[in-house]
Design a protein around this ligand. Structure first.
Ligand code: UMA
Length: 448
């Protein structure tokens, strides 16, 4: 893609927009960056921009004929998105732009849950096995920070959201991974079908020579993500023995290639608990297999992986009570997976912003694992209703109240888990803010 002299209207002035504007400006493009928020709230971001980037606040603007790069947080039905479709020559995501500029290998990982863990674990594994790899994308580092600074031999392991895929028409990763599919982001996409269709774009442009790493434990992936353009497939399963792929057998991660089997690592090598984390490890191994990487050393690599913040993260043990932060469980499917990974007596702090998703699966996991459910936020009463008659519930005024209530109800040996099953926007900036505040409150108990 020709960048120098091309006009770009970038919509959204947060991490994606600022990094994209800097990259395009550096490469000689004519850049206009805008945001709906008022100028005084964006001063810090404007300060990060080089001279030459045109800035517009208090409203999204598009110059007719420009290529529009849209931030993932701008929804398809919003005014900004519609404006872009009407005026832009084309509307692309930051990952599509990156793909057009990057000459090296891209591994792209999407799915409803687990994508950050698979992204981080994959890059960690590849580096440990002698290949150079970096992570970027939805995991937090915008892809636009990479070109120009990175050796093209480096494998870029991209976490890609459904929003980014929606506007990625030519994106063709050498290796694509889909972790699982559950209901989420309905407000953004409008329907489950539209959400699945966006996810499907990750394999849509793959051709012979590319590889699709598939989690066969997930029924939606098994039924709807069929390789159609001649790409090869590496299947992954914790449940069934495969002849070509990676699977869990007894306590081992086994790699099967053309009917030959080899143990790559033991389940116990990986410090992360839960079936969902076994699936995550299989997919990381699947990527290594797709890239023909020698798996000698995978056990040690798994042993050295510490997991990510806000994903079943151990916070502290206070008075014999363990506190766990699973703030990234922003939908019921993720919360259920986290809860199922816990042992012993559990008190769960649930709730948050109500996205209107059904809570049946999460209620089942709460019934099996928790003896007390403390709920907060607008979605709290719906979760309490879903477990009514099965688990004791109590309403908290806010997170601080919930943490105090959980601590006073808990006895030695219990685990208190923040397992919201909801997004955080009722009371926090995002799931990271919620997780950090939760951890500070827990550490506060120790002092009080
Ligand atoms: N804005 C408007 N008008 C609108 C909507 C938004 O002007 O109608 C502006 C906002 O005022 C704001 C900017 O657009 O200034 C927000 O852009 P953004 O939400 O895309 O924020 P970024 O900081 O660029 O973060 C994005 C991803 N955010 C989302 O997908 C919502 C980050 O994923 C990602 O890490 C980052 O790019 C770098 O690639 C976060 C996320 O929550 C972690 N992702 C979801 C998830 O994981 O479930 C999909």
């Amino acid at each position: 893609m020709k960048i120098k002299g091309t006009g770009f209207s970038i919509l959204g002035m947060a991490r994606t927009g600022v990094a994209t504007a800097r990259l395009l400006n550096e490469q000689g493009a004519d850049v206009l960056l805008s945001d709906d928020r008022p100028g005084h709230e964006l001063k810090d971001r404007v300060a990060q921009l080089p001279d030459g980037v045109h800035v517009h606040t208090d409203g999204l603007v598009v110059r007719p004929g420009d290529v529009v790069v849209i931030s993932p947080g701008i929804a398809p039905r919003s005014r900004g998105f519609r404006l872009a479709q009407r005026l832009g020559s084309e509307v692309i995501s930051d990952i599509e732009l990156f793909y057009r500029m990057w000459p090296g290998v891209v591994v792209a990982i999407t799915g409803t849950d687990g994508k950050s863990t698979v992204t981080a674990l994959t890059a960690h594994l590849l580096n440990a096995l002698g290949r150079k790899a970096v992570t970027a994308g939805n995991i937090g580092t915008p892809v636009a920070t990479l070109p120009g600074h990175l050796d093209p031999d480096t494998i870029v392991v991209l976490e890609v959201s459904s929003a980014q895929l929606l506007t990625s028409r030519g994106f063709r990763p050498e290796v694509a991974v889909v972790t699982n599919i559950a209901r989420d982001h309905m407000g953004y996409h409008g329907s489950f079908d539209a959400y699945v269709e966006a996810k499907h774009r990750i394999i849509m442009n793959q051709l012979a020579g590319d590889v699709f790493v598939r989690n066969m434990d997930d029924p939606v992936i098994r039924d709807s993500f069929l390789p159609v353009h001649g790409q090869s497939v590496v299947d992954c399963s914790t449940r069934e023995k495969l002849t070509n792929g990676v699977f869990l057998s007894g306590g081992d991660f086994v790699v099967a290639r053309n009917g030959e089997y080899r143990i790559a690592a033991g389940r116990e090598d990986l410090g992360l608990v839960g079936r969902h984390n076994a699936e995550n490890a299989l997919m990381a191994l699947g990527v290594a297999m797709a890239l023909d990487v020698d798996l000698e050393g995978a056990s040690a690599a798994f042993g050295a992986f510490k997991g990510l913040e806000h994903r079943l993260e151990f916070v502290a043990e206070i008075g014999g009570v363990r506190f766990v932060n699973d703030s990234k469980a922003t939908n019921p499917h993720a919360a259920a997976a986290g809860l199922r990974a816990l042992d012993g007596r559990v008190i769960a702090i649930v709730g948050g912003h109500d996205k209107g998703l059904p809570f049946d699966e999460m209620a089942e996991a709460l019934r099996d694992k928790a003896y007390l459910v403390i709920h907060t936020g607008p979605a709290g009463p719906r979760i309490a209703d879903a477990v009514k008659g099965m688990v004791q519930t109590e309403a908290a005024q806010d997170m601080e109240d919930a943490v105090r209530m959980a601590f006073s109800a808990a006895v030695r040996g219990d685990t208190v888990v923040l397992s919201p099953g909801c997004s955080s926007f009722d009371a926090f900036n995002d799931f990271e803010d919620r997780g950090r505040q939760f951890k500070a409150m827990v550490h506060g108990l120790d002092k009080g």
